[in-house]
Design a protein around this ligand. Structure first.
Ligand SMILES: *Cc1c(COP(=O)(O)O)cnc(C)c1O
Length: 395
């Protein structure tokens, strides 16, 4: 165990050192413990490891040293009491919600969601007798109405994928708590670098570590962060017995990603703002969306609750789907991919990919049109990105 309390360090130091737990070999870099099981000196030690009188590694579905280092480091970065890693971002969203609800409960969510998050709430939860209600994320009156009845959990993405719509976390946390609910925030688009939902009153934060935490397109992973009580007593048994655990190898890759998280995210965010400003000035673009643009309808909220505006840009082509496809096919540098948060800039057409399975009226209601593109801005030179977009937009 580390002897220094990582919370004493400033965020940049935590990214590099929190959770480090060197083995007897005194390695510099974090060790990769590729082991599924652990051995005991005696039958009694095995018994005590299972009845809880001994705290040690038992099985990598429950705990693994490399995964634990990742969990402790991310918890320190987020300022959370505890963190549990998962195999993917969707495993994190799924476990964070399912571990706390039962038949007869009520869940309220913002309408603008990533396709699979929408599926869990819209399609999966009702199968188990859970009542769900969607509200327009920016509309505080709608939140107040929806949360005037007892509710178990509230789920939001802010900024939302792909509409970049925001939810006022402090206000919704307050309303959620009055309704008896925990507020669960998917913080993927903001990253821990730019937004701290727990400090604004949220109870649980979830990440797809596949995105900016890896940041180099190599592996999937996820995480759920919150109080020690939530992670141990509510989420812990759910994860232990259902098994969506993070592989130690992926945990090791993600740890290396955490070391450079702020450097990469700050740089990509600077590129994103430049690209968003460029797109906004083009006649082919009906609307550019990015929380850092003065034209963003929730610009003041963005400044209040975020320290930076993220690496994602969305924009609507005046020429609709045909113009969007033409632009994608003409891009030479930016790749067409539905992943995001990568070092390489990636573009996708949400209507036909990440949100393909949703009903057209649901897509339109959450602000996704057929001419909308989502651009995950990477680490290339900003001038090359703008040149590529200008060439693709040009006649
Ligand atoms: C990608 C994403 C997820 C899902 O993460 P995976 O690692 O792909 O399972 C969840 N929420 C948001 C906002 C995402 O962008």
């Amino acid at each position: 165990m580390t002897t220094t309390d990582p919370r004493r360090w400033r965020p940049r130091t935590r990214q590099v050192r929190a959770g480090l737990n060197r083995s007897d070999f005194c390695e510099t870099s974090e060790a990769l413990f590729l082991t599924s099981g652990y051995v005991y000196d005696s039958a009694l030690e095995a018994e005590q490891s299972f009845d809880g009188t001994r705290d040690r590694m038992v099985y990598s579905r429950f705990k693994n040293p490399t995964v634990l280092t990742f969990e402790e480091r991310l918890a320190a970065i987020e300022g959370a009491e505890a963190c549990r890693a998962t195999a993917s971002g969707m495993a994190a969203v799924h476990a964070a919600l399912l571990c706390q609800v039962k038949a007869g409960d009520r869940v309220v969510a913002a309408r603008a969601l990533f396709g699979s998050c929408h599926w869990i709430i819209h399609d999966l939860l009702p199968r188990f007798g859970i009542e769900v209600e969607f509200v327009d994320g920016p509309d505080l009156d709608a939140w107040e109405r929806a949360l005037s009845r007892p509710t178990r959990a509230v789920f939001v993405e802010t900024p939302a994928n792909p509409t970049l719509e925001l939810v006022d976390l402090a206000a919704v946390a307050d309303l959620a708590h009055r309704a008896g609910a925990r507020l669960v925030v998917d913080n993927v688009f903001a990253t821990p670098v730019f937004q701290s939902p727990l400090a604004l009153g949220a109870d649980v934060v979830v990440y797809s570590a596949t995105k900016h935490i890896d940041g180099q397109g190599r592996c999937l992973g996820g995480a759920v962060l919150g109080s020690a009580e939530f992670c141990t007593d509510v989420l812990g048994p759910y994860l232990r017995h259902t098994g969506p655990c993070l592989s130690p190898f992926n945990a090791w890759v993600l740890l290396k990603g955490l070391e450079t998280l702020d450097l990469r995210v700050e740089r990509a965010a600077a590129n994103a703002l430049a690209v968003a400003r460029f797109l906004e000035g083009r006649p082919e673009v009906a609307r550019a969306r990015h929380p850092g643009l003065d034209s963003h309808p929730q610009r003041d909220l963005a400044r209040r609750q975020m320290r930076g505006f993220g690496t994602m840009v969305a924009f609507d082509l005046a020429g609709g789907r045909e113009a969007a496809y033409r632009l994608m096919d003409r891009l030479e540098l930016v790749d067409i991919s539905n992943n995001l948060g990568d070092a390489k800039s990636l573009v996708c057409h949400p209507w036909t990919t990440t949100h393909q399975r949703m009903a057209p009226e649901d897509k339109l209601a959450m602000g996704i049109g057929e001419g909308m593109l989502r651009l995950s801005v990477g680490l290339e030179d900003e001038a090359d990105l703008i040149e590529d977009l200008a060439n693709a937009l040009g006649a």
